[in-house]
Write a protein that binds this ligand. Structure first.
Ligand SMILES: [Zn+2]
Ligand SMILES: [Zn+2]
Length: 251
């Protein structure tokens, strides 16, 4: 796979002391795609790429830890001293523009649509630049999409936020890498249809036959070593936890 994915932020639910909430920079053939832009990510992103070299953005859902830095990014694109930058496409759930415009504190129909062309996602496969992108609904309290990115025969799947979900197994089927959320440690009384435990992330990777499992959406109050241990009880392949700044180059 000639795609490089850089972990910009992998902190679950809110930024941690060492990194932002969810954001992944995917680069293929000079094309740069952001998967999610959660709180804190706009700052860290600039260590890796100019804000004006992003070609497209995919947003998994409307929880702030996955999309709220779009508000600051719209300001950066619209009010640059050299003039507004061209709109770039933003793929997301229905009403993404309205949701983010409320985040900016502006009236509907202003602000966000000056900076971005919004495209409403639905389950299926689309081409974004050189990437073949397949999306499907995950199991989360608001409309949420998981992603499978393919290019040159390689593949990476991203769970976004989800509870136990057969559609995630299909997105990750034989993928080189599954970037899978693991927000909970095993324990009694966990809420259903919200997030995965490390063990459940491992079970999804094993069922999918994924070549590698990287745990992400790591919540600061969890012990990552324990999460990895629990995931390793269900998945025997290469297993790690995401680290901000890390590059993933499968192959
Ligand atoms: Zn989240
Ligand atoms: Zn969420």
């Amino acid at each position: 796979m000639t795609v490089r994915t850089t972990i910009i932020g992998c902190s679950g639910s809110f930024p941690g002391p060492d990194g932002p909430a969810s954001c992944y920079l995917v680069e293929a053939e000079g094309f740069r795609l952001l998967l999610d832009l959660g709180n804190g990510a706009l700052g860290a992103l600039q260590r890796h790429v100019s804000l004006y070299d992003i070609d497209a953005i995919c947003l998994s859902h409307h929880h702030v830890d996955h999309c709220i830095d779009m508000c600051g990014y719209s300001v950066a694109r619209t009010h640059h001293p050299d003039g507004p930058r061209p709109r770039i496409p933003v793929y997301g759930p229905a009403r993404t523009a309205e949701r983010l415009t409320r985040g900016l504190g502006l009236e509907p129909g202003t602000g966000m649509t000056d900076a971005f062309d919004f495209v409403t996602l639905s389950p299926g496969t689309i081409e974004i630049g050189p990437l073949r992108v397949t999306v499907d609904h995950m199991n989360h309290p608001v409309e949420t999409f998981g992603f499978r990115l393919e290019q040159a025969g390689g593949s990476l799947a991203y769970s976004a936020d989800t509870g136990v979900c057969d559609a995630l197994v299909e997105l990750a089927r034989d993928a080189d890498v599954l970037l899978c959320e693991a927000s909970f440690l095993d324990g009694p009384g966990l809420p259903a249809d919200l997030h995965l435990t490390g063990r459940q992330a491992g079970q999804h990777a094993a069922r999918a036959g994924a070549g590698q499992l990287i745990l992400t959406h790591l919540v600061t109050w969890n012990d990552t070593a324990r999460l990895l241990e629990e995931a390793g009880s269900a998945y025997r392949g290469p297993l790690s936890a995401a680290v901000p700044g890390q590059d993933i180059v499968p192959g």
